[in-house]
Design a protein around this ligand. Structure first.
Ligand SMILES: [Zn+2]
Length: 308
């Protein structure tokens, strides 16, 4: 699942690639991917818009486009964006031939011109394709179909991104603020970290990594953390997210960057999906437990549940 670093990395790639480009028209292959407004309005409003800026907020990718609109993309489980050079064609004939297969796989992309660097396999499950003037295409793929793309008037951005907590790489994310949001919360710290209304953008991978960094057991009640622990946790969150961005995001299965490349951060994680391997700090074997239905990885040696 793309978390903050993966979305930030995509935003940075998109910024250099498509700011100034114009969206000629948009093809939607799975209607429910468009969350707002109604499909016909979406298609009419986005046509002819130029991309003015690319931003990120939590796990949302935000494109500021002309007409005082914002295009928000939330990839959820398996969404990806791929930018295709001119020369790619789209075959939608499956829609008429086999509706069931179409609803799963979407259209087929093929490159009409010279050999392309993008593997057509990465273009399966395309749900939406933004066709740019000049022939490039920005393809949104999403096997599981949970991702959503929306188009909002800019003055309604608060509404479009309702319920998002503090931005962990922004100046507003402070030790004192984190302490305030953990106070009075009896739930496991791991679950509180995953709550997007507390911290926007943190997901399963980086929550596990941040807790490991701070030597805090994932089941510790959030309100039981000392100020020193909160200080370390704050540092851990910022550190693991920043490193994740530097490594181009973490790829386990579906995540790809804008050019279809897997991120490198998987080679740098310390606990996430490392169960059975020795902890780099103390040699104890990393364990996996389930917290709030999410697989959670920690070191029983240096992340103790009972604090002496
Ligand atoms: Zn350890």
């Amino acid at each position: 699942m793309p978390e903050l670093p993966e979305v930030e990395y995509t935003a940075r790639q998109l910024r250099t690639a498509i700011v100034g480009a114009t969206i000629k028209d948009t093809q939607v292959f799975w209607e429910r991917t468009i969350g707002y407004p109604a499909l016909s309005d979406f298609l009419a409003e986005i046509a002819g818009c130029s991309v003015l800026a690319v931003r990120r907020r939590g796990k949302y990718l935000i494109l500021d486009v002309s007409g005082d609109l914002i295009l928000t993309i939330h990839r959820r489980m398996t969404g990806n964006l791929l930018l295709l050079p001119p020369g790619w064609e789209i075959d939608t004939s499956l829609r008429e031939r086999d509706t069931t297969a179409w609803n799963t796989r979407g259209p087929t992309f093929y490159s009409a011109g010279e050999p392309n660097e993008v593997d057509p396999v990465e273009l399966r499950y395309c749900r939406v394709c933004f066709n740019l003037t000049g022939g490039r295409r920005l393809a949104y793929t999403d096997p599981r179909k949970f991702g959503r793309i929306e188009l909002w008037p800019r003055e309604r951005e608060m509404e479009a991104l309702a319920g998002l907590g503090v931005e962990p790489l922004g100046e507003e994310f402070t030790v004192e603020g984190l302490a305030r949001s953990l106070a009075g919360r009896r739930g496991a710290i791991k679950q509180v970290l995953l709550d997007q209304m507390v911290i926007a953008g943190l997901g399963n991978i980086y929550a596990d990594e941040a807790l490991y960094y701070a030597r805090i057991h994932p089941l510790r009640p959030a309100q039981s953390l000392t100020l020193d622990e909160i200080r370390l946790l704050h540092e851990g969150i910022v550190t693991v997210l920043t490193l994740g961005i530097e490594h181009g995001g973490t790829s386990f299965s579906e995540y790809r960057d804008l050019w279809g490349e897997a991120g490198d951060n998987y080679n740098h994680v310390r606990v996430y999906q490392q169960d059975g391997k020795p902890c780099a700090r103390c040699g104890t074997l990393i364990e996996r437990i389930v917290v709030g239905q999410r697989g959670t990885h920690y070191c029983p040696g240096c992340q103790k549940l009972i604090v002496e």
